[in-house]
Design a protein around this ligand. Structure first.
Ligand code: URP
Ligand code: ZN
Ligand code: ZN
Length: 475
């Protein structure tokens, strides 16, 4: 940094954590970029604004690579839009979100991209982009154009026939071939649809629904439903050489399959989500257990343990995300069949709120819990998301990077209270009542101070669409 350079924000004396290491120092920001990172007082003290970060942890803004904001799904629309979703994001230290542009029936990928842009632009405190969902063979022709527009990640679902979203093996195979040819990556929701449909049909009787309620959700989705589908997707990945990324992996079996495939050199990566690291399916025993229906559903303690082992010691899970898809209590009540006086679990809007709590959960259970270091937290929630999804100016605190910086008070613990300490529009939270560290003390998104002293500020929404290009990434 040349002497005399004007500094807009100077963050002084914090413990700066990158994935590669930690040190106490200062960060200089000008406009939307980090222009200097150095020892304490390396940049003097002349700045338009100084932030005293002594005693605070300073990390790169995190990237949630899996969110669904204002998604039309299950006969309703997820309640967190880009305005509320981005408030929740910054509250939890997330400064970039990656949504999924899912075409309406008959819509092109180009039109879906425009539709998502209309939802996000001018409404978001954080930067944004999306994975393009391929839901018809016609979409395959648009892949090269999408990659040229900075959208190199695509999504296919192995389930959700009723939404018109599902892909069969032929489309998975053909898409993976295209991924290889276009330097792109296919994200897959892996659940085995035919066997799942059979198990659902067997249990879908008024008598069983009356007796078991929402517990039929986990009953009809045993672990092999996810494991078989991951195995099949990995098989097509291996045969085509097209890059594959398994989203929201929830099972220990899945982690084992990914590990084995990676050891054979198969280009497959996987993410898990915060809910699969803290919740097990005993939540369905609660009177309001139906609220927790998400897809895939939360599993058993042994799955939680296996996923944490992967984060602690392994490379088979590269990223932690949230799969935020929030539905209010009223929306979740769509499952209730008043005439029959019972709930039909197949009618519950599936998904959980989570943007507020990604970093708090990974920090509290992971770092405070002694499972991972701050550097690994940064790797899983900032650096890997940036490298895997192709953001070249994010994921690290270094000169030239976007000024996405988060300060966390390691001593502070906050109770998760919907619409009080959480910014999501959702009137309930799966983590309600949990005492969590890791909420943002300060969040700076592209040089915009959007959280100060644990309060979301009235800053203008300056989040932008970010073009991406995939580089090399090895787990
Ligand atoms: O329950 C979930 N995950 N809802 C969002 C759609 C999906 O499958 O990711
Ligand atoms: Zn999914
Ligand atoms: Zn999802």
């Amino acid at each position: 940094m040349a002497p005399g350079t004007t500094i807009d924000i100077l963050i002084q004396g914090g413990t700066i954590h990158n994935a590669s290491g930690s040190f106490v120092g200062d960060i200089a920001i000008r406009g939307e970029a980090i222009i200097g990172v150095g020892a304490p007082n390396a940049f003097g003290s002349a700045a338009a604004k100084t932030i005293d970060a002594r005693g605070l942890e300073v990390i790169p803004g995190c990237i949630d690579v899996h969110v669904h904001l204002a998604l039309p799904f299950c006969g309703t629309v997820s309640c967190d839009d880009f305005h509320h979703g981005s408030r929740a994001a910054v509250n939890g230290g997330v400064t970039t979100v990656v949504d999924f542009a899912i075409p309406a029936r008959g819509q092109t990928l180009a039109a879906a991209h425009d539709a998502w842009m209309a939802k996000a632009q001018g409404n978001s405190l954080v930067d944004f982009t999306w994975h393009m969902a391929v839901t018809s063979d016609a979409h395959l022709r648009e892949v090269p154009d999408m990659v040229k527009r900075g959208l190199p990640t695509f999504k296919e679902f192995m389930i959700y026939e009723s939404e018109g979203w599902n892909s069969d093996d032929a489309r998975l195979y053909a898409t993976l071939e295209l991924m290889r040819a276009n330097n792109a990556m296919l994200l897959v929701h892996a659940e085995s649809s035919r066997v799942l449909d059979l198990l659902i049909a067997r249990h879908h009787t008024p008598e069983l629904m009356r007796r078991h309620g929402a517990k039929l959700h986990p009953t009809t989705r045993p672990n092999f439903i996810e494991a078989e589908a991951i195995e099949r997707a990995v098989h097509w990945c291996e045969k085509t050489g097209g890059r594959l990324y398994i989203v929201h992996m929830s099972t220990g079996e899945g982690a084992d399959i990914i590990k084995t495939a990676q050891s054979r050199g198969v280009p497959v990566l996987a993410e898990t989500c915060a809910q699969y690291l803290v919740l097990d399916d005993s939540v369905f025993n609660r009177p309001d257990g139906h609220l927790f229906a998400c897809c895939p559903q939360v599993k058993k303690q042994e799955d939680i343990d296996r996923l944490w082992a992967a984060l602690r010691d392994g490379r088979e899970v590269s990223i932690v995300s949230t799969d935020t898809c929030s539905f209010t209590r009223e929306q979740k009540a769509m499952w209730w069949n008043r005439e029959g006086n019972f709930g039909d679990w197949t009618a519950i809007p599936m998904g959980l709120p989570g943007l507020d709590t990604l970093i708090p959960i990974v920090f509290t259970r992971g770092v405070r819990g002694g499972q991972i270091t701050m550097n690994r937290l940064v790797e899983l929630c900032a650096l890997h998301p940036a490298r895997v999804m192709g953001f070249d100016k994010k994921g690290e605190i270094a000169p030239g990077m976007d000024a996405d910086v988060v300060l966390i008070d390691p001593k502070r613990t906050i109770e998760a209270k919907p619409r009080v300490t959480l910014q999501s529009m959702c009137d309930w939270s799966p983590y309600e009542g949990m005492k969590l560290g890791g909420f943002a003390h300060t969040t700076i998104a592209r040089g915009n101070i959007v959280v100060q002293n644990h309060q979301v500020t009235d800053a203008q929404p300056r989040g932008r669409f970010v073009e991406r290009r995939l580089g090399e990434f090895r787990p």
